[in-house]
Write a protein that binds this ligand. Sequence first.
Ligand SMILES: NC(=O)c1ccc[n+]([C@@H]2O[C@H](COP(=O)([O-])OP(=O)(O)OC[C@H]3O[C@@H](n4cnc5c(N)ncnc54)[C@H](OP(=O)(O)O)[C@@H]3O)[C@@H](O)[C@H]2O)c1
Length: 256
Amino acid sequence: MSTRKLFELDGKVAIVTGASKGIGKAIAESLAEYGAKVVVSSRSQETVDEVANEIKAKGFDAIGIACHVGRDDQRKTLVEKTIAHYGGVDILINNAATNPVYAPLEAIENVIFDKVMDVNVKACFDLAKLCFPSMKERKGGSIINIASVEGMKPTGGLSIYSISKSALIMLTKSQAAEWGKYGIRSNAICPGLIKTKFSEALWSNEMMMKQVNNHLPLRRAAETSEMAGLAVYLSSAAASYTTGAVINSDGGHMLM
Ligand SMILES: NC(=O)c1ccc[n+]([C@@H]2O[C@H](COP(=O)([O-])OP(=O)(O)OC[C@H]3O[C@@H](n4cnc5c(N)ncnc54)[C@H](OP(=O)(O)O)[C@@H]3O)[C@@H](O)[C@H]2O)c1
């Protein structure tokens, strides 16, 4: 097979959570461009329909299915509806996440800890479990957990988020270790600073960006499209021997 063909995702079914904007949207668009049938998901049906329609307008295959990943029943419905519509699941991109606080550890309420863990860790664990029977039956699958450099090196004030992303990295390795025998691969992408709504407080602050850029080897924040190629690669046969990997895409942040 030619190397170019290895990246093709024709006929594969992909669920992307948090795909109404930001990194998830860029990944959903790219997976569709490479031939996948894409389930665009986030909390609002209206916004996921908009993104799915944009993808379809380019001649690719997509459907919008709303799901708040923190809700057990909605996660189950997301996977059930995907299987009813497309017949199975091959690729799961656990991308949706939350970060409701910027505060020192001692000021963070337990209820916030639970909320972050529910959305950033438990949802990814459960969605993968829900997709597992279909992936096993299809004799393969690719799970991509969108973690963060924060999961390896904490910044003051983001502690609960960092803890959750660290747990997501270990979930990735556990999935890879236990499900490799079924042909199911699991890998984590750790973005650095990407220009999205999520990180706007940082990249829109000129003074802060000056400081960041002075140290960061690539001297800039990234666009969302710069995360998409890695997700296509990890989803595809080009990464057929890659599992349990934790890949930074961070402009060199982890060198600092
Ligand atoms: N941007 C960065 O610098 C950066 C760095 C490292 C890691 N990351 C990670 O990258 C991922 C994507 O972040 P982003 O920067 O692209 O964020 P974003 O632009 O704010 O997009 C977040 C997406 O998640 C959806 N979402 C939020 N809460 C949800 C929930 N409970 N259930 C379902 N969908 C939910 C949002 O849609 P609705 O509001 O419509 O539900 C939206 O589609 C996250 O895992 C984040 O931790 C980002």
